[in-house]
Design a protein around this ligand. Structure first.
Ligand SMILES: Nc1ncnc2c1ncn2[C@@H]1O[C@H](COP(=O)(O)OP(=O)(O)OP(=O)(O)O)[C@@H](O)[C@H]1O
Ligand SMILES: [Mg+2]
Length: 343
């Protein structure tokens, strides 16, 4: 990718105090020195197992959380300490769409009232113009204007997610952070909502950070993919390279562990041993080392336990954080068959 980045994240760190009380509480480093860019009009996928820090990164970007360290810039402007009008403008430029549509809306307010909010808060339209814009927005996401007088509970999950998308788009944001936006939906509805995202992106030139553990959805929608493991970015690159010829042993295992994703077969499944929660991260070294098949194959080199691997250019145009990335085995076969998408 070249050109000016829209969103630039540098050295982002987020520590949480463990839930509960008492002196024994330790801090959890949910996001550990993460850097990446999102370019205008691009959709970047963010994948990783449960607890890897995906949602936390999304919440930091939309300012629902304050970073412990690091910088988040939108069009070169640091978002920390923005106040007043600038802060309101930023809130308009970056919108978030959530997984749980059940709690995303006030049950006592009609769709009209929910969708009027962004226009009124940001003073974008009122009166007849407001009504017209809300109607246009609703149709744009595949809903109909008679629905304006209904309450969000009277919608299906898929319709409610369309409503969530409409609310996010009302203010014409530059960047949308979508956190597992289709995970709570029926499989048939997932494809429809993913298609809606693809259309909106094409028509509006919207940039998006698409957070998901569903590699098929990510492959369908994203130009580039970033892989997180225990708060660290382990690999980032163009979607084809990342899913067809990944360099990092964790990415390889993640892809290999999804049978439906490998219709052609021909690849010995590398099942990741152990759970993310029972592997105590090696702070000084590579977090993935204790579960890494490659590490065992190579005779458990000490370097992986002692030195944190940094992201560096890898074959295929991406970046990977692995000391032994060059010696990675042959490419995966079969993934190319998915190139037609999942719609
Ligand atoms: N408010 C909080 N207080 C304490 N710990 C938190 C808080 N929010 C997140 N964490 C911890 O931070 C880590 C990352 O959580 P996060 O929700 O970002 O993961 P995720 O990748 O979105 O997972 P999932 O796929 O399950 O949604 C986890 O260890 C989680 O327990
Ligand atoms: Mg999450």
């Amino acid at each position: 990718m070249s050109g000016e980045s829209l969103l630039s994240v540098r050295g982002l760190v987020k520590d949480f105090r463990e839930r509960g009380f008492g002196p024994g509480r330790t801090a959890v480093r949910a996001v550990d020195d993460v850097s990446f860019d999102v370019y205008p009009g691009e959709t970047l996928g963010l994948v990783g197992e449960s607890g890897s820090g995906k949602t936390t990164i999304g919440r930091l970007i939309v300012r629902l959380e304050e970073p412990t360290a690091g910088r988040i810039e939108l069009r070169g402007q640091d978002l920390r300490g923005l106040s007043g009008r600038r802060s309101l403008e930023f809130r308009r430029d970056v919108q978030m769409i959530f997984q749980n549509t059940q709690n995303a809306f006030n049950p006592r307010r009609t769709v009209r009232s929910v969708l009027s909010d962004p226009y009124q808060i940001h003073r974008l339209a009122s009166g007849a113009e407001l009504e017209e814009r809300i109607g246009g927005l609703l149709r744009r996401v595949g809903l109909t204007t008679p629905m304006l007088d209904r309450y969000p509970q009277q919608f299906s999950g898929g319709q409610r997610q369309r409503l969530g998308i409409a609310r996010a788009l009302a203010v014409q944001p530059a960047l949308v952070v979508a956190d597992e936006p289709v995970s709570g939906l029926d499989v048939s509805v997932q494809a429809q909502v993913l298609n809606l995202f693809a259309e909106l992106r094409r028509e509006l030139g919207l940039a998006m950070l698409f957070i998901s553990h569903d590699l098929r959805a990510v492959y369908f929608l994203c130009e580039r993919i970033a892989v997180l493991y225990l708060g660290r970015l382990v690999e980032i690159g163009p979607r084809r390279t990342l899913l067809e010829d990944p360099v990092h042993p964790y990415t390889r295992a993640l892809i290999g562990s999804i049978p439906a994703f490998r219709p052609g077969g021909g690849f010995t499944r590398t099942v990741i041993k152990g759970e993310i929660s029972d592997s105590e991260p090696v702070k000084a070294g590579c977090h993935f080392a204790p579960r890494c098949a490659r590490w065992r194959e190579l005779g458990q080199p000490a370097r992986c336990r002692e030195e944190r691997p940094l992201l560096r250019p890898a074959a295929g145009g991406g970046l990977a954080a692995c000391h032994f990335a060059e010696s990675s085995p042959r490419p995966l076969d079969g993934v190319a068959e998915l190139a037609g998408g999942i719609g």
